[in-house]
Design a protein around this ligand. Sequence first.
Ligand code: FES
Length: 278
Amino acid sequence: MGPGAADCSASCPFSGGRGSALDFPVGQIRRVAAGGPDPRGDVDETKRNVLKLLAVAGIVGAGTGGLGGGAIQYLQPPTIGISSYPRVQLLDVDGSPLTVAKVESEYSAETADLFLFYYPLRNEPNFLLNLYPASGTPNGQNGAENVPGGIGTHQSIVAYSAICQHLGCPAPAIAYYPPGTCPQTPGGKAFYIHCSCHGSTYDVTNGASNLTGPAVLPLPQVVLVTDQTGNTAGNIFATSMVGPPVNGHLNTLQGDYGVGATSQIAKESPVILCNFPT
Ligand code: FES
């Protein structure tokens, strides 16, 4: 089994390697602050659940005349998460603040590598995309502008969850395919996000809606803003997510600790398989 195959179903054809930064099962709870609450204010509900158990045990015991009446045999599993969406500053791969100017000079619709950041939790990766083409004015086949939720000069900078809404294959098994990557053009689109596990494809120009199944839900979209009026320049921040919950999570805010005040872009090589459902 390849290093990434554990994240896919038995039929997943993906067997390529990937960086250690993404090497964990989707939805896994990782306890990084053993023995106490996370210093950044994350919610560890273990103590809360124990208190609930003790309260219920007390009620049952009082009603039956002793602890023998308590038939509680299990504890509710602990849930780790955050209580609301944080405002998180994005950092470029070199650790410097990510600005609109940097994204527009370094990334484009033709960029083949994946640029990923975690938000809002440490096990929720997202694609950062600039859909404006470096080769010139977008014509629908080489890139896009005025994209829903897009920021920047051309409203072309967007971010979507990098966990497939079908069975949860994460990037790089799910990847952005620049124009011309595969001969197929699902929904007439020349560029899209495609999952190599079972072929789901998502429209990056329209809220990551489904172009091909088996997934039926869109990818959640990260709400991006800048620290300047109009969001056409300045430092970039993630402030929330819209759409369905990140796959593998009860909701997008539960399943791991929060990323903290900043989240740095990581570069990955995509897995490309032109295996679209027919
Ligand atoms: S996990 Fe099945 S298509 Fe992505």
